[in-house]
Design a binder for this molecule. Structure first.
Ligand SMILES: NC(=O)c1ccc[n+]([C@@H]2O[C@H](COP(=O)([O-])OP(=O)(O)OC[C@H]3O[C@@H](n4cnc5c(N)ncnc54)[C@H](OP(=O)(O)O)[C@@H]3O)[C@@H](O)[C@H]2O)c1
Length: 333
């Protein structure tokens, strides 16, 4: 059966080209479950894969898309039945396994999650890896004892995918949120999501060289890395938890040990793609119940076709121009 997919190829000169092609289910890698993809979503990582970043995707040609939501078409697993609504975020999908920017995927059953309660498939993709990562960050902070009474939480890259989701989830969980953004026109958007105050990127970009700063926040979900993350560590209150999730600013981190040994600050990491299934289910359950942000999702989404994704949005996310989440509609049920 032919289907449409975004296809990235590498030329003999080492350049990368992308176009929409027809593929066949027979071309897909081995796996127990074939899924008809109704929705996918664009993440920063997808744009890196789509432009030839070999740290993400080793071999081309390739179809990116780390998120997919759809209906089981063929199942050789007892865990899933034909017609069941399911989602996948992460594992190797879209990295070295053909991903959600195609109308069908074939994957191991161990990657597949039944559709979380309380959300449609489309809403699951508005959340997608971004929402799951933001929720994973708060999940880890709370395992370390973080609570709303400790004080405000900083979110960097707050109009991006992970950032927008983090603002909404933290607000829902009762935290005061300080949203950091480089966009001048984002105040209404961030306030609607649940930001209590909005600050510039410079506010968390220390240039004094001091080892510690006057504490202004009780924790953070950081998507930027580099001096931003270093500043957040220096300015964090006693026993605060800072989660590193991304590197849109820099993959480097220069810090002293003072935030850790004098203020008891903890630096936590989230690598959502490889989250074990039991914790994965626990985090989606939180998103379905106490951290349900269904009422905020419509405000963050722009729905596009595969053609629009290819023509505009892959480049836009790399330039930091995307606000919220880009959901890709692949097919009707
Ligand atoms: N650890 C994980 O499991 C995981 C999962 C998903 C994503 N990530 C990582 O998290 C990061 C964000 O991903 P995303 O999908 O949310 O990307 P995104 O939608 O592009 O959001 C990134 C946001 O960061 C801000 N930004 C961009 N360039 C910046 C710079 N040079 N300095 C400071 N801020 C900058 C912008 O927000 P403002 O304009 O509002 O400042 C931008 O919208 C990426 O590094 C991605 O690889 C990690």
């Amino acid at each position: 059966m032919p289907f449409k997919a975004l296809w990235i190829t590498e030329t003999a000169e080492g350049k990368f080209e992308r176009k929409i092609v027809e593929r066949s289910i027979d071309d897909l890698p081995a796996g127990e479950v074939v899924i008809k993809v109704l929705y996918s979503a664009l993440n920063y990582k997808d744009a890196l894969s789509a432009t030839g970043n070999k740290g993400i995707t080793r071999n081309y040609p390739h179809t990116p898309g780390i998120d997919a939501a759809g209906v089981v078409e063929i199942s050789r697993s007892e865990l899933f039945t034909v017609g069941q609504e399911v989602i996948i975020t992460g594992f190797d999908l879209g990295m070295n396994t053909c991903g959600g920017f195609g109308e069908y995927i074939r994957v191991p059953a161990a990657w597949v999650v039944r559709k979380p309660e309380g959300y449609t498939l489309r809403e699951c993709m508005i959340l997608g890896t971004a929402g799951f990562t933001a929720a994973s960050a708060l999940f880890k902070m709370e395992l370390m004892g973080q609570n709303p009474q400790q004080g405000p939480i900083v979110v960097t890259g707050s109009t991006g995918g992970v950032g927008s989701m983090a603002v909404a989830i933290l607000n829902k969980a009762g935290y005061e949120v300080i949203a950091i953004t480089g966009k001048a026109n984002a105040a209404e958007y961030l306030t609607h999501l649940g930001a209590n105050s909005i600050e510039s990127r410079e506010w968390v970009y220390d240039t004094t060289g001091k080892a510690l700063l006057r504490p202004k926040w009780a924790g953070a979900i950081d998507t930027v890395g580099g001096n931003t993350l270093s500043t957040i560590l220096k300015g964090c209150q006693l026993e605060g938890n800072v989660v590193s999730t991304g590197l849109v600013g820099s993959s480097q981190l220069a810090t002293t040990v003072y935030p850790f040994i004098l203020n008891g600050v903890s630096l936590l990491g989230v690598g959502s793609a490889e989250t074990p299934m039991a914790r994965r289910m626990a985090i989606w359950d939180k998103l379905s119940t106490a951290w349900n942000i269904k009422d905020k999702l419509q405000a963050v989404v722009k729905e596009v076709s595969l053609e629009e994704l290819n023509a505009t949005y892959i480049d836009a996310i790399l330039e930091g121009k995307v606000m919220g989440r880009i959901v890709v509609k692949l097919a009707e049920k």
